[in-house]
Design a protein around this ligand. Structure first.
Ligand SMILES: Nc1ncnc2c1ncn2[C@@H]1O[C@H](COP(=O)(O)OP(=O)(O)OP(=O)(O)O)[C@@H](O)[C@H]1O
Length: 627
């Protein structure tokens, strides 16, 4: 065969089923596409007018109307934009995937770029056939000499075109809704879809029902109400940050996210170079631990809603926030439903991360008091962020706050400074201030404050920080006996210590009837406590991990032995037992059992059986007291 060259061609009978079935994931996006076209038509006309190429004839009340006629089963999209000539309909509508928007941008690209044109691919219009059996266009171009044109197509490969008697500049698209479009005969569906996709489109959008019964007052007089646009044509995020007030930010938040709590603070993103990005990120106030998972980032492309929570463009941890991001340069695919994952998207994500880190740093430096006030609410987010994103970690690592048991907020550096010389790069923490009160109090008595790390994210946060800063270790207050609370002067020699520990181990094993009873004998500075339970940090973390992976059953047997009963040699009850050696008396048994139960009680709850015994024994002891 001789060498040939040619153009590939598309058959519309093949492409229509693809558009109807596969191109767009959601049926309702035809509303977004047709309203976007209407807005583009207005933007183009305005642009031409500003270039002196179009006369508006005084008609500058630019708007888009959507009218539902339930009886006729039609949905109309009417604009007073640029309109189309016969040639333009042939070129842009009859040729699938030939975009007039692209054509326009090419022609006018050097003549200023004040407004954004939404269209790009030349396919959106055909999404109307997902819901309509027949689509009609009635259009009159702004060009003086142009005649109005009517176009009609039933979704097959044939269309009809004829002259129209339309007199108004602009375009009216009529969808004759078919079975697939049944749901759009419902006014609430149409209205909420417009609100979903078009809330921030740049021209007012009015929705109305054809032949609607007029509203009347009690006396039967018709109430005339001003039509109200469904959208906000100048959303706050498009304005310059220095011209927005706190009140406006709060109001915008409440309206956009239907959240009537006040946001804690916000970041207004406004970038022109190297890419165009605008938006506002809000740090919401949390009610409960689980609230954090309810963030919502709405992504827009030239004021057209794309989707919520697009992971490719927004760093995962930011999805815990609430916000709007509008990026006209987003590399969207045809359906505008997801992004092509390229380096550009990564840059957007990095930019947002940097902005958030900068804001947190500036709050820390210049509004420390506020930063502390916000900390409880924002810390789950910050911690999640630093675990997920190393760049974020590096930028905010030094400003992470820790709330101490005395309700102060300190950085790690400040924590060590506070305990100057007392702690060897150890951070003592509590996970439950009530349950661990005994330990907290003991440490406080010796000048050590613990920090409260009681959120679900904290165990992962601790591990992450230890991995990053390997000289630092986190120790729960009940995980060991700090040197600070021991009385080192009273430490016995090795031989005595072993002997005493052996005696106590035997006595306690016997009294408690417990084979795996680990005993440690210490001289504590305080004489108030006879015994306390400690559980090594490593084994407790292991237990927690097992619990998380639902391996709870295994832990009791495997890990139980890691629990140690620390007895205070200075306490008279412990001394009483030691003085009696291994002598077995009722009093020794009672003391051992009671000391053990009290130690457990200040660490966790007793099992039902142990609790019953404890109460019985306590009564018995009180009876002995009165003889
Ligand atoms: N209401 C309208 N007024 C004027 N021209 C219109 C209107 N609707 C569509 N057009 C013309 O038809 C062309 C094709 O529209 P279509 O929605 O298929 O694609 P697009 O908007 O260019 O791109 P995309 O597929 O990205 O939406 C538009 O570019 C525009 O030139």
């Amino acid at each position: 065969m001789s060498k040939e060259k040619g153009n590939l061609s598309i058959h519309s009978e093949n492409i229509f089923p693809i558009i109807k079935k596969w191109l767009y994931s959601d049926h309702d996006i035809f509303i977004r596409e047709l309203i976007s076209n209407a807005c583009d038509a207005i933007t183009k006309l305005k642009r031409l007018n500003s270039l002196g190429e179009a006369d508006l004839d005084g008609k500058t009340d630019f708007q888009v109307k959507v009218i539902l006629d339930k009886t006729a089963r039609t949905l109309k999209f009417i604009d007073n934009g640029i309109g189309m000539t016969e040639e333009e309909v042939k070129k842009y509508i009859n040729q699938i995937a030939f975009s007039g928007a692209e054509d326009f941008l090419k022609t006018y690209k050097d003549k200023g770029d004040a407004d954004q044109i939404i269209g790009h691919f030349g396919l959106g219009f055909y999404s109307a056939f997902m819901v309509a059996d027949i689509v009609e266009i009635d259009t009159l171009s702004y060009k003086n000499e142009a005649g109005a044109v009517k176009w009609c197509c039933d979704g097959g490969i044939e269309f009809e075109m004829e002259d129209s008697n339309r007199r108004e500049r602009g375009t009216e698209i009529t969808l004759h809704l078919g079975q697939q479009g049944e749901t759009f005969l419902n006014e609430y569906t149409v209205k909420s879809t417009i609100e979903k996709y078009c809330s921030f489109m740049p021209y007012p959008i009015y929705f109305d029902i054809a032949d609607k019964e007029p509203e009347k007052d009690g006396e039967g007089n018709i109430i005339i109400t001003e039509p109200k646009a469904l959208n906000d044509t100048l959303p706050l995020y498009t304005k310059q940050p220095n011209s927005c007030t706190d009140e406006e930010y709060k109001e915008f938040y409440q309206k956009t996210f239907k959240d009537f709590r006040e946001p804690l603070f916000w970041i207004h993103l406004n970038m022109d170079y190297p890419f165009n990005l605008k938006g506002i990120l809000y740090f919401p106030k949390l009610n409960t631990q689980f609230d954090t998972m309810e963030g919502q980032i709405k992504l827009y492309n030239s004021q057209v809603f794309v989707a919520d929570n697009i992971k490719e463009a927004i760093p995962e941890f930011l999805l815990l926030l609430k916000g709007i991001i509008d990026c006209p340069d987003l590399p969207l695919n045809v359906s505008r439903s997801f992004l092509q994952n390229d380096g550009f998207v990564r840059k957007i994500s990095d930019y947002i991360t940097k902005k958030v880190a900068d804001k947190l740093n500036s709050l820390f430096k210049s509004e420390r008091e506020n930063f502390q006030k916000f900390w409880d609410d924002i810390s789950p987010f910050v911690k999640y962020g630093l675990i997920k994103d190393n760049k974020f970690y590096e930028k905010i690592e030094s400003i992470i706050l820790y709330k101490t048991t005395q309700q102060q907020y300190v950085t790690l550096e400040e924590y060590f400074e506070k305990h100057d010389g007392k702690l060897n790069k150890e951070v003592y923490y509590v996970t439950d201030t009530v349950q661990q009160a005994q330990y907290i109090q003991m440490m406080q008595a010796h000048g050590i404050e613990a920090v409260v790390l009681d959120h679900g994210i904290d165990s992962a946060f601790i591990s992450h920080l230890e991995m990053k800063k390997n000289d630092i270790s986190f120790k729960r207050v009940d995980s060991n006996i700090s040197e600070v609370i021991k009385d080192m002067d009273e430490a016995p020699d090795e031989e005595t210590a072993t002997k005493e520990r052996d005696i106590l181990t035997k006595v306690f094993k016997n009294a408690l009837n417990k084979e795996d009873c680990q005993i440690q004998l210490e001289s504590l500075k305080s004489e108030d406590v006879a015994g306390m339970i400690i559980l090594s940090e490593e084994s407790r973390r292991m237990q927690e991990m097992m619990k998380m992976y639902s391996m709870g059953e295994l832990n009791a047997g495997m890990m139980g032995s890691e629990e140690t009963l620390v007895l205070n040699k200075k306490h008279p009850l412990v001394q009483y037992i030691l003085e009696r050696g291994e002598e077995k008396t009722e009093a020794v048994d009672l003391i051992a059992q009671q000391v053990y139960d009290l130690a457990v009680l200040s660490h966790k709850s007793l099992s039902p059986e142990a609790m019953t015994n404890f109460i019985k024994r306590s009564h018995q002891i009180m009876r002995y007291m009165i003889g």
